[in-house]
Ligand binder design. Structure first.
Ligand code: ATP
Ligand code: MG
Length: 316
């Protein structure tokens, strides 16, 4: 099977255990949890046994080791993660507000992964991988964005495939050059994984069917729309499949989209029926929200089979 590459941030997440607005008083926290959208995505692929690797950079500290050890244990090739002595691994402090929105304190841009540059190890991975997963957020960072574009172009030019999760909010679309980069990635995309409004980033319409048709006409093979607690839908030429959400107790929604995407890609690359890939991805997203910590809810095949079997039994 094609080996999957992603490039982007690795960080730890530290979560407030009470709901409220921000970090202006001392409060109980839990963590560090391994995190970073590309890291969660690739961890889910590794857990499902798909050959995969991440290019990233961490500091010579426990936060970096925690991430490398977790990813390696879950089957991810970590040879492209550079450890920078004297630098600090990225971090995010997160507190949920009562309405479900989140307050963050980030240390990412000035952390080790903010200084990502090509290395001999990253070059070797770009040469050996046959699929690249692009996170749109990476494209807004100058150095990282250039590396991601270069890797995507090279892998695509060799006959490889590209998946793309915009993972963006419309407000940050004005970053210089971002629009152009997103358009170029979309032009290379085989599997597109938008959530909600991201479907309308590229087409001047607010009609879902029309947006889907226009995107398929650009040459995208598969589009999967993530709808949070409403489930997900898959579109491919002439085919539509809908996955109803699996009823679960939502503990922590962070990372659901990445676990969903990683699981979908694992089945898609293995040539599974689109409906089967969607079912497993829907289960992976549902399972992800039941665990505190963004990467804690990534799933093995057995765990997904168990959840799907339980759903069959109870009809939930
Ligand atoms: P994020 O970027 O915040 O991780 P996302 O928008 O990329 O999120 P979501 O749509 O939130 O991704 O979640 C991905 C998928 O996980 C959904 O399409 C659905 O299949 C599943 N999922 C998410 N939340 C729930 C939930 N509360 N109950 C059941 N399934 C869920
Ligand atoms: Mg997302």
């Amino acid at each position: 099977m094609r080996k999957v590459l992603t490039i982007g941030e690795i960080l730890v997440e530290i979560v407030a255990t009470t709901k409220g607005d921000g970090f202006l008083q001392a409060q109980p926290l839990v963590g560090p949890f391994p995190s970073g959208a590309p890291a969660i995505f690739i961890d889910q692929l590794g857990k499902l046994g798909t050959p995969c690797a991440i290019v990233s950079r961490v500091g010579g500290d426990d936060f970096g080791r925690l991430n490398i050890e977790r990813l390696a244990a879950d089957g991810v090739d970590v040879s492209g993660i550079e450890t920078a002595p004297g630098e600090t691994t990225g971090s995010a402090f997160v507190r949920y507000r009562a309405d479900g929105s989140r307050a963050f304190v980030y240390n990412i841009r000035h952390s080790a992964c903010g200084n990502l540059l090509p290395t001999a190890a990253s070059e070797a991975l770009i040469e050996s991988c046959g699929h690249m997963h692009v996170m749109g957020t990476a494209l807004s960072a100058p150095g990282l964005g250039g590396m991601v574009m270069d890797a995507a172009r090279r892998i695509k030019a060799r006959g490889g495939t590209i998946s793309f999760d915009p993972n963006l909010r419309p407000e940050i679309l004005d970053a210089p050059g971002l629009r152009e980069a997103l358009e170029e990635v979309l032009g290379m995309t085989d599997l597109f994984l938008p959530s909600g409004e991201e479907l309308f980033l590229f087409e001047r319409t607010d009609d879902e069917d029309r947006a889907i048709r226009a995107l398929l006409e650009r040459g995208i093979r598969t589009i999967v729309v993530k709808r949070g607690g409403q489930g997900a839908s898959l579109f491919q030429d002439g085919l539509r499949e809908d996955a109803h959400p699996i009823a679960v107790d939502e503990v922590d929604p962070t990372g659901a989209g990445d676990c969903f995407g990683g699981a979908f890609l694992s089945f898609w690359l293995a040539g599974a029926e689109p409906g089967q890939a969607l079912r497993y991805a829907n289960a992976a997203g549902a399972r992800a929200v039941t665990r505190l910590g963004p990467m804690e809810g990534s799933s093995t095949r057995e765990e997904l089979d168990e959840l799907l079997a339980e759903r069959e039994r109870t009809g939930s």
